[in-house]
Design a protein. Structure first.
Length: 365
């Protein structure tokens, strides 16, 4: 009988939705297959993985001192070694899809690419378009996490991807929301929250422009959870516009679920996404959602605006109006929240995890 061996490729891990999905999927697959290994440089999430999963990593002060790109190349080298040891495996790639696919196909290894963000910005040059289309077309399967994402793959690359929604463990989200967070909330103010890396993609500057526009019309408190290379720009804007008493950048938090639960509105301003986990968690916690209508993810989760409010990307004026409207329509807000919660069955934890098992099994001889 052929042993079912799965090799998961995820070089770097940060605090985010992709990592949560990776952990959930890996811990499920270890119950279905003979051997699961994970190639990564990051060890900070090690305790969250089932101890039956073999973590393949190199840890030393030297490796820690390397830049992100060098660490990624090192992980590709580790992948090559594993393939040469045994090419009778299936690789599940969460990161570095192009390079991982190319390496696997050179050595005749089955690969499933799990793509996390929409391909809108991938094909902004003809050379990239041809290169990505050819390499991604070599993958045995491509899994995406939203139907809009699936349509994007078809329209841009003419590739038929498989849609598997992010597995949502509602009981776990509720359990985590009971953990205390030492952050003060103001009961008599409108409490707003944004969670995400402080990078171009997440576009928190649009959120700051929106609240700055209405700072004299409504009493609010905004918390932004996350770190990244845009932090200085955001802090400068806050200082220049005298928002220091109303906007707090509290850095990255391991699990900000409790903060989302205590907030009145969760606001997402991303320019592009796959299927943002944090919106699903906000729905579980019955926190109202206002989100940018980026190309994939939010519109699908919010059911075209029936389960939350949508605004055009970078439209800070539209966002500011939606924040003001929230305080005027409390009954309507409750109906919207209930409608979203009612439709969370689409992201059922076990059924979506089982789909991964089925897709992998279809490739095993």
């Amino acid at each position: 009988m052929t042993k079912k061996k799965i090799l998961i490729f995820m070089p770097t891990m940060e605090v985010g939705g992709v990592e949560k999905n990776l952990i959930n999927i890996s811990n499920y697959l270890v119950t279905k297959f003979d051997k699961i290994s994970l190639i990564t440089i990051s060890n900070k999430f090690k305790k969250k993985f089932n101890n039956k999963i073999k973590i393949i990593s190199l840890r030393s002060k030297f490796w820690d001192s390397l830049g992100k790109r060098k660490k990624f190349i090192l992980c590709l080298f580790i992948l090559l070694i594993q393939i040469l040891k045994n090419n009778n495996i299936v690789v599940l790639c969460f990161q570095g899809n192009i390079y991982c696919t190319l390496l696997c196909k050179l050595f005749g290894v089955k690969i499933i690419v799990r793509s996390n963000t929409a391909p809108d910005g991938w094909s902004n040059s003809y050379f990239k378009f041809i290169f990505y289309k050819y390499i991604l077309g070599l993958a045995d399967k491509i899994i995406v996490n939203s139907l809009e994402f699936k349509k994007k793959f078809k329209s841009i690359f003419n590739i038929n991807a498989i849609c598997i929604y992010n597995p949502l463990d509602i009981k776990d989200v509720i359990k985590r929301s009971k953990i205390n967070q030492n952050i003060k909330f103001h009961k008599n103010k409108l409490n707003l929250i944004n969670v995400g890396r402080l990078v171009d993609q997440k576009d928190q500057i649009t959120l700051l422009k929106a609240v700055n526009r209405i700072k004299n019309q409504i009493d609010f408190d905004l918390i932004i959870v996350g770190d990244g290379n845009k932090k200085k720009e955001l802090l400068d804007f806050i200082k220049t516009n005298n928002l220091s008493k109303r906007v707090r950048l509290i850095g990255s938090k391991h699990d900000p679920i409790k903060l989302i639960k205590l907030s009145d509105i969760f606001i997402l301003t991303s320019l592009y996404e796959g299927l943002p986990n944090v919106l699903l968690e906000a729905q579980v916690l019955k926190t109202y959602i206002i989100s940018s209508n980026c190309s994939t993810g939010p519109k699908e989760i919010l059911l075209n605006g029936k389960a939350g409010s949508l605004f055009k990307i970078r439209d800070y004026k539209g966002l500011s109006k939606l924040i003001l409207n929230f305080s005027k329509n409390k009954r309507k807000n409750l109906r919207v929240i209930k409608y979203g919660y009612k439709h969370l069955f689409r992201f059922n934890y076990k059924s979506n995890l089982n789909k991964y098992s089925e897709e992998i099994n279809s490739l095993i001889k």
